[in-house]
Design a protein. Structure first.
Length: 447
């Protein structure tokens, strides 16, 4: 009977445990493989643990190496991600089994039937063993779910930094196994001296140690996640500050153009008088040259894109000028109310991010394909509807970034909305803004 139980524990349950761990590793790496590979890998892992116990440093490293190889070779995942999640997968299961085993050791004295040598005792022992395995797998599955749900959404750059988490994970394992080793050596010395079985640590102490180890793992993951969030927010804040600086430059340039236009208007009578005198004296060529000079002055003061808003004219003219220099066909039919309760900087945030994304999308297209950007907008009542349409590679994956998040934030600030529409190789960004009737309204929205 003992031989059957050993076979069941080592091979049957071993295959189930290894398959469960491998499934989690594949899931968190966001890969898919042929289902029979789970069983094949589990058999290989059980064979390795048959010769090298996973509760030793060498066995732990061997199993981590096997998981990592499967993650990188079979699943074609990133090496560092596979190594980190392989270590985390194994360590979580070991700690969960340690917690359940400590609880079973505490509860077994309350079940006298387990220690009886008759059939009832054997049956009770098997039931306790099965219940312990089920509880361990359930606790492990719950921990795996938490890791997958809350600690797996990282970019490639964040995963590079997350590799530092491997060090405390390994430290927790070494400390837990060190405690188990000295506990085993203490029991061996007591039994060698012929004394009754004694324990250096009580089952309560072992339970608390394993619990603290598991909680430490999640504290490390949670702290790393918070640090990444803080770093991401600081990066976004830095980008917004740079964007605000650029927009302030647009404002200053708009003011400069306004001053030039005002000065030109002031001198227009003098210019007309000069041209009139030249024509009266029959100096036609000089008059034409003078008018051409005036035309050049007017051209420098005019905006490439006229939206009725001097600040937006500068921004749109600058962005669309860049697009045009890249061989992108541009068109702007946007007319904005001016002045109005919409802040210039908010309109510029919407247009600058939308145009930056459009330019980048056109830039990524193959040479020889049609590239264009069309900006349009209209006012209906108290609603301002903006639309930025551009060509893009329709077969590429689209992911919302910081730019579109900023656009959405501005839209929500004015009780509006943002939507995205894709049609084959056409990308359309729709933005709806509600124009406040009074300046106080915008202040309330800002609060």
């Amino acid at each position: 009977m003992d031989a059957y139980l050993d076979f069941f524990n080592m091979y049957v349950m071993g295959v189930i445990e290894m398959s469960f761990q491998f499934y989690f590793l594949i899931k968190i790496l966001k890969k898919k493989i042929w289902p029979p590979f789970y069983i094949l890998f589990a058999v290989c892992a059980v064979t390795v643990t048959r010769f090298l116990s996973v509760s030793t440093i060498v066995g732990f490293m061997a199993l981590v190496f096997l998981f990592t190889v499967c993650g990188t070779v079979v699943c074609r995942g990133d090496f560092k991600s596979s190594l980190l999640y392989a270590s985390l997968t194994i360590e979580i299961m070991l700690l969960c089994y340690g917690i359940v085993n400590s609880l079973v050791s505490l509860l077994c004295p309350l079940l006298p039937a387990v220690f009886s040598g008759d059939t009832t005792g054997i049956t009770a022992g098997i039931l306790v063993m099965l219940a312990s395995e089920a509880a361990s797998l359930t606790l492990t599955g719950f921990c795996y779910y938490l890791v997958y749900r809350y600690f797996s959404c990282y970019t490639a750059a964040e995963m590079q930094q997350m590799f530092l988490v491997f060090i405390p994970i390994l430290m927790i394992f070494i400390m837990s196994e060190y405690i188990n080793t000295i506990e085993f050596e203490f029991q061996y010395e007591v039994l060698a001296e012929g004394g009754p079985a004694r324990y250096l640590f009580s089952h309560w102490q072992l339970l608390v140690m394993h619990l603290l180890g598991l909680l430490s793992l999640f504290c490390i993951l949670f702290s790393y996640k918070k640090l990444q969030q803080i770093f991401r927010l600081s990066t976004e804040l830095s980008l917004l500050e740079q964007e605000e600086h650029s927009l302030n430059q647009y404002v200053e340039e708009a003011k400069t153009r306004y001053d030039r236009t005002k000065s030109f208007r002031h001198d227009i009578r003098n210019h007309i008088a000069v041209v009139k005198k030249l024509l009266q004296r029959g100096k036609l060529e000089e008059a034409v040259n003078y008018i051409e000079d005036m035309d050049d002055m007017a051209e420098k003061m005019s905006f490439p894109c006229s939206t009725n808003n001097p600040v937006v004219d500068i921004l749109a003219g600058n962005k669309l000028g860049i697009a045009k220099s890249m061989g992108i066909d541009v068109d702007c039919s946007l007319l904005l109310p001016y002045p109005c309760s919409l802040r210039d900087i908010d309109i510029c945030i919407v247009l600058s991010n939308a145009l930056d994304n459009a330019i980048q999308a056109c830039k990524n297209m193959d040479a020889g394909t049609e590239k264009y950007i069309r900006v349009s907008g209209r006012i209906q009542g108290d609603f301002l509807m903006l639309e930025v349409e551009n060509s893009f590679c329709g077969n590429t994956l689209f992911k919302k970034g910081i730019g579109l998040s900023n656009v959405k934030t501005v839209a929500e600030k004015y009780s509006g909305a943002m939507s995205i529409e894709t049609k084959e190789d056409v990308f359309i960004l729709h933005v709806l803004l509600i124009i406040p009737q009074h300046s106080e309204g915008i202040l309330q929205q800002m609060d």
